[in-house]
Design a protein around this ligand. Sequence first.
Ligand code: M6R
Length: 608
Amino acid sequence: MCGIVGYIGSRQAAPIILDGLAKLEYRGYDSAGIAIYDGENIEMRKAVGRLSVLENLTHGGETMKGYMGIGHTRWATHGAPSDTNSHPHMNTSETIAVVHNGIIENYIPLKKKLTDRGYTFLSETDTEVLAHLLDYYYKGNPLEAITKVLHRVEGSYALGILFAEHPDEIYAVRKDCPLIVGAGSDGCFIASDVPAILKYTRTVYYVENQEVVKLGKDGMQFYSVDEEEITKEPVTIDWDANAAEKAGYEHFMLKEMYEQPKTITDTISPRLQDDRIVIEELHMTDEELAAVKRLHIVACGSAYHAGVTGKYVIEGLARIPVEVDVASEFRYRNPIMEEGSLVIVISQSGETADTLAALRESRDRGYKVLGIVNVVGSSIAREADACLYTWAGPEIAVATTKAYSAQLVALYMLAVKLAQVRGTIDDAAAAELIRDLRRLPDQIELLLGQKEKIQRFANRYVGAKDIFFIGRGIDYAISLEGSLKLKEISYVHSEAYAAGELKHGTISLIEDGTLVVAVSTQPALYQKTISNIVEVKARGAFVMAVTNEENKAMEKASDYCVYLPETNPYFSNSLAIIPLQLFGYYVAVGKGCDVDKPRNLAKSVTVE
Ligand code: M6R
């Protein structure tokens, strides 16, 4: 949600900043801007639209001379996307420039006070308050002005700041929004996320809440909000540099779908020892695990859908009650939690504001929180009591695929582990489940091999108005995710329903030719789902079924069948999602949509 890049060093800053912003465009892409100190003044360029507009305007940054600057790609919160509302924002004398990710919650009273003191605002943003407030407190010492501002503002922020009177330094600060700084041989960097600077350095520092960083071309210093100097240790990033590149694929989403077998192998392998599951990161003994009475899974979007699957699998195998909450609801419904409750928060980015708030709420109430997180060193990973990393590597496409698949297998491992320590399954059953887990990567590979077939089918639906997804039990969980995948990237309206629920209202939307995707992977429910298919077909629906090879009756019941390899029914979501991802992807491609950057969305949602 908004991307920030800053640079100070011996090279021309603007091309480096634009290059970094291009790697962060998944965080927001409705407008972009850059401010460069040119030796005398701060030169600023802003443009509504994709980053390419700004790149064209500045010839890839070549027209902006100078060795230090800050840049921003925006996902609008306060004020519509426009040149004026784009960042950076400056004080009236144009000597201070700020880029911001997050929300200043008390910007209205602050704006009023500043207006009363004669400040004039040009934009509708909350961020402009920061530029004027910095101006108000600035008496020649940037650090002093910044810390004074931090004491006044409420909300969440990651900031990059430039002072024209201090041409040898840029500043970075954050609270509840991601921000890292990096030290390279040619200078120092600020970035919202690692991919922006990976090309230039692998030595990064994670900035903690309310820390201020002063960056110069040869190094940086860290300060507390009370201006005391802090010592920090760098972290070396060991990602493959190609991980954040498209590597010949048309879209990041397609590449990431193809990375799913590896992602699953990387996530399960370190935790499978012969016929046992060993998750050291839990920091819980078998006895402590066995004593868990209730699980609360909290997450947003696809991570929430993974949680819904987790509920079915954990309740089924380990017989522990599991509640699943959308994170934005959890905090405000005053959930009833009891002694022995364990909270699991799931997040790819590890920065989702609502999920982070749910984590904090749970910890404040005294409950232990386990994070299932993809981004190493992210806020959720650091603040959770224990963190089970999903080793999916950087995920760039806004629509998640590989990180979601990794979340599923993390939950399966947890379910099997809990079932073993609680004695709800015996060793033989555990060994069989583990064998099936190990087979998932190859089975997914096989399904990905069907991409042309799914593409041909998807091409028939590029003009679709509504598409429905139905399933029972665990197949309902995957219907939710299949429907989200389709609608978020193709803009085709879609809903997911528990198959038996459709006739309680939604069936009135079925018309001649409406596509209904029916997922049916649970042998005990084959016949029930077929009955629901018969109901929608009687109203004119065309039915695509995603089912197991053994379900021969589906051939006749549906109009088009995709068969899945045989696995344990508890793991079937990991296979069923593949044709659904491919279907959503190819409908979007067929419609000419910007698959990796769907309209109105951003990859990491760091505002409530
Ligand atoms: O980073 P997180 O996993 O916490 O993100 C949660 C959701 O914002 C995310 O899954 C979103 O729904 C994706 N666009 C789904 O593809």
